[in-house]
Design a protein around this ligand. Structure first.
Ligand code: PRT
Ligand code: ZN
Length: 226
């Protein structure tokens, strides 16, 4: 049966840029969890908490649908999901509990290095490769501009060279990937960090107290690092 126990369910990225920091954060909060690479679910040894490890893209939806109680996710993926659901006529519900100091990056427009930048207007009606069509569309909409999407979930940075797009809109942290692909960052569309979200449906007293305890510990972790 579903949810027979009353454990708090938290979703985090299984393997990727947020995994180590998410796991580290949980450990610093005092959670003792042993992860098995094959298993989706891991139960904490010392608290009524279970950790679900999935692809980051699935996390906002799992929280919004109330399948899990909490999720650690990049704001970029969260906001893209919010916009996507809204465009389907749904108003997604969740609570933002905390913004972390890891997972920092920006979603930026980049063009070939040898081209001169004429502002976003110069891309009006052009083809742009991205994994974040909703965030990019919001940015273009705000300026009364349009673009033709080239939707790629990976290898976005090779699209201009491959003749698939005039520009890209992708996540950047150091800028090394853009540089290695002959591209330059010209406009920041969205700034992101990892964050903690909770489902909209209220928790029972026990779970609410546990979430409060975890939040206090996370606050302590953040202070210890300053
Ligand atoms: O398998 P799964 O779907 O879970 O993982 P994923 O491959 O979709 O995501 P992953 O692990 O790459 O990133 C997870 C989250 O980390 C992102 O949604 C962001 O919130 C955050 N993050 C922070 C980044 C970066 N920095 C980042 N630099 N995500 C991706 N990148 C990529 C970027 O796409 C580009 O390919 O790194 C490259 C650029 O890095 P620089 O340093 O060369 O600029
Ligand atoms: Zn992903």
């Amino acid at each position: 049966k579903m949810n027979e126990n009353n454990r708090l369910r938290l979703a985090m990225q299984k393997s990727g840029r947020l995994s180590d920091d998410s796991q580290d954060l949980l450990e610093r909060c005092g959670l003792k969890v042993r992860f098995h690479s094959q298993r989706l679910l891991a139960v904490a040894e010392n608290m009524p908490v279970e950790i679900l490890r999935v692809r980051d893209d699935d996390i906002p939806g799992l929280v919004m649908d109330g399948v899990v109680d909490l999720g650690i996710i990049g704001e970029n993926v969260l906001e893209e999901t919010v916009l996507a659901r809204r465009s389907q006529g749904e108003e997604p519900k969740f609570h933002m509990l905390k913004r972390f100091d890891f997972g920092g990056c920006r979603l930026s427009v980049a063009i070939p290095t040898d081209e001169t930048w004429g502002g976003l207007e110069s891309l009006n009606g052009r083809r742009i490769a991205t994994s974040y069509p909703q965030l990019l569309k919001r940015c273009f909409d705000e300026r009364g501009l349009t673009f033709k999407p080239c939707l790629l979930t990976g290898s976005v940075e090779v699209a201009p060279r491959a003749g698939l797009a005039d520009a890209i809109c992708d996540l950047v942290s150091t800028g090394a990937t853009l540089e290695a692909n002959g591209l330059k960052e010209v406009e920041v569309v969205y700034r992101s960090k990892a964050c903690l979200i909770a489902k909209a449906e209220p928790f029972d007293n026990e779970k609410a107290a546990l979430v409060e305890r975890l939040l206090v510990r996370m606050q302590g972790v953040a202070r210890a690092r300053e």
